[in-house]
Design a protein around this ligand. Structure first.
Ligand code: 5AD
Ligand code: SF4
Length: 339
């Protein structure tokens, strides 16, 4: 495992070979394939108050929606025809979410398609997670957001890093392929914070890792903060690729929300990233899933086309496959091999 000082040196841009080394590692494991995962953002309701996020409950300016399960299933059935091998069902922390209904939808999607199903529902009880896994969900995403306990507590009122880590451990123990990640450039975070974030993420034996820049949202307490640095986000993903050769790492949608975002995502795919995640959320509501400004600016069909074009611009090939992690959970990659 790299030391914190070594990681921090890479993050400052000291090593001109960082991106080419990360890209070589990515190709060694995944060849020229990049996987397209379609996100269905099925509810924008959230009871939490994360300071950075537009879905936070106190944001009264947001139009809230919940899609019907029929609509979720209909979109999932179209996904394979768009070249999408995985769907991600995502929502805010919505207490009205019916786990039995979601289980039924998962089972139907499994019956009707070959899609892998990823969930991103925030923190749920162990019993709920087990039922979702039994219904056929393959993967679960739960970002740590920041691994600095004080920053975590400050920016995520009423929540703690320790509780978040425990929730992630439960997800792993239940046999999901598990993903996590952090936000780059949260106000109060330093380069040392980010180096620590990457080391912590790399030590968790995760199958998916995500790092995206902070994008200030006008209707949140962080409205006047500066956005995260795009190039620093790219360096962070490249470091993660070196630390975790077999994990999947997306070129995040938040990168695309920065100026020159499309070019940044091409660069990301040439610096360790193996996944793009266009939103398949329907036109009537997709702009309302406003985690940050610039999210879902394109219609769904164009978002998928842009993902394919981005992959080709990077000289890589869009894969229609599920892109399962090469190591089934629990991830047995010895830490030494991840160094
Ligand atoms: N900028 C960038 N990413 C954000 N997220 C939430 N708010 C922002 C923001 N302002 C990310 C978090 C969360 C996911 C749903 O979106 O990582 O887990
Ligand atoms: Fe809710 Fe997630 Fe946004 Fe926090 S980051 S307010 S939990 S949707």
């Amino acid at each position: 495992m790299m030391s914190l000082a070594e990681i921090q040196a890479l993050l400052t841009g000291d090593d001109p070979t960082l991106f080419s080394r990360a890209h070589a590692m990515q190709r060694e494991v995944w060849g020229d394939q990049v996987f397209v995962r379609g996100i269905i953002e099925f509810s924008s309701h959230c009871i939490k108050r994360c300071h950075y996020c537009g879905l936070r409950r106190p944001n009264g300016r947001l139009r809230r929606y919940r899609m019907t399960w029929e609509e979720v299933e209909r979109i999932a059935r179209t996904a394979p025809h768009l070249g999408v091998g995985t769907i991600i069902l995502q929502c805010g922390e919505d207490p009205a979410l019916s786990i039995p209904d979601l289980c039924r939808t998962i089972t139907r999607i499994r019956r009707d398609t070959d899609l892998a199903i990823t969930l991103s529902l925030g923190e749920r009880s162990e019993d709920e997670l087990r039922r979702l896994r039994d219904a056929g969900a393959d993967r679960y995403l739960l970002k740590l957001e920041t691994t600095d306990p004080r920053l975590h507590a400050r920016l995520r009122p009423g929540q703690s890093l320790r509780q978040r880590r425990r929730a992630l451990e439960t997800i792993q123990r239940l046999g999901f392929e598990a993903g996590s990640g952090v936000i780059v450039g949260l106000p109060g975070a330093t380069l040392a914070t980010l180096a620590q974030d990457l080391r912590t993420l790399a030590a968790l034996g995760l199958q998916m890792l995500a790092v995206g820049p902070f994008i200030p949202h006008p209707h949140t307490p962080l409205r006047d903060a500066s956005p995260g640095d795009g190039i620093l986000s790219l360096r962070a993903t490249a470091v993660l690729r070196l630390l975790c050769p077999t994990a999947h790492i997306p070129a995040t949608s938040a990168l695309a929300a920065l100026p020159e975002g499309d070019a940044l995502r091409v660069q990301a795919l040439r610096g360790g990233c193996t996944v793009l995640m266009p939103s398949l959320t329907p036109e009537q509501v997709r702009a309302d899933y406003a985690i940050y400004p610039g999210k879902n600016r394109l219609p769904a069909s164009q978002a998928v086309e842009l993902a394919h074009a981005t992959i080709r611009r990077a000289g890589l090939v869009p894969s229609h496959g599920r892109g399962d992690c090469l190591r089934r959970p629990p991830c047995t990659t010895p830490l030494a091999a991840c160094a």
